[in-house]
Design a protein around this ligand. Sequence first.
Ligand code: DHB
Length: 391
Amino acid sequence: ERTQIGIVGAGPAGLMLSHLLDRAGIDSVVIDLRSRTEIEHTHRAGILEQGSVDLLVDTGVSERVHRDGYRHDGIELAFGGGGHRIDFRGLAGASTQLYPQTDVFIDLADARARDGGDVRFEVTDVSVDDLTTDGPVLRFTDAAGVAREVRTDFLVGADGSRSLCRHRVPDSECTQYFREYPFAWFGILTEAPPSAPELIYNHSPHGFALISQRTETLQRMYFQCDPAENVDDWSDDRIWDQLQTRLGANGYALKEGPITSKTVLPFRSFVQEPMHFGRMALAGDAAHTVPPTGAKGLNLALSDVRVLAEELERAVRAGDAAPLATYSERAVARVWKAQHFSYWMTTMLHTLPDATPFDTRRQEGELASVTGSTAGSTYLAEAYTGWPGAR
Ligand code: DHB
């Protein structure tokens, strides 16, 4: 078999790339180890930057994002006994859209099916080879058990944070940047009405909590926990007690309901540079991971592939790998801005297990500086909504 671009990973990054390439008249094969149903049921973040919404709508992937999503014009930062609103519209002239990653995935998978895209789920034995030749090869066993070999012009690793493609880049050819955090998030879904009109990022002496939403009847909430925490140790009562205590410290009361999902989410910052090797490019979580505070992961992945589609088009037309280096340079600039923003939101809002009284008071000073200053709030609003001026 032969295709122009072989893509490993059928998450939002891989599928959006395949869609954008198709619109440029370039064919691709996308493979994934997981089934479509499995990906559809993996809960991830729920906030889209305005540029991500525009990409989905303007390229014909989703009309649903406006119909089934909710526009948010700001967030609440809660600390020191009260809430402080950050007005995205007023400060940055932009909004975000509450629209879960699972729905983005469904829209993309439907769009690829509608347009005759070649997406193969549930493959096994994936390998990528000949990366430094003119014809890198993608090998796998398809869902029917048939061994396949696909010759390509270029390969893309969009295969998530445990990327198999990334591991094919020799150590001598890249630099990896890491940061670990001494906490995790306990994430829940609850069948309850919204507790507030907008998201609440809640800093408290009992630890951080984030009150997000899904629909009128389903809510998403998170609270800072120990990375070793086991969900089986957490009854609904114990979870509500934690959430109510943390939010209560700032004067909020949450509407409770049955908890239908409980997971512990890891916290890491990671970047591998450059985001290419030979005729292979890396995109999304395969190249970088951000901690979840600020919901940058999916947005970064979409912004990577928007740039990658342009540079791959040049690379295919010229039969040359040089545009992959340009892709990496263009993408990495935004990656580090998002790394800083995610790190900053995380460290500003969470409670360190070994925090001294100085650390705690300094953190409150930082939150007061941001919310009390138009300049500080504007930085937060611009970064959260995706640096609107930069588009
Ligand atoms: C959600 C997740 C985030 O990490 C965030 O910063 C905001 C919202 C969510 O899942 O809704």
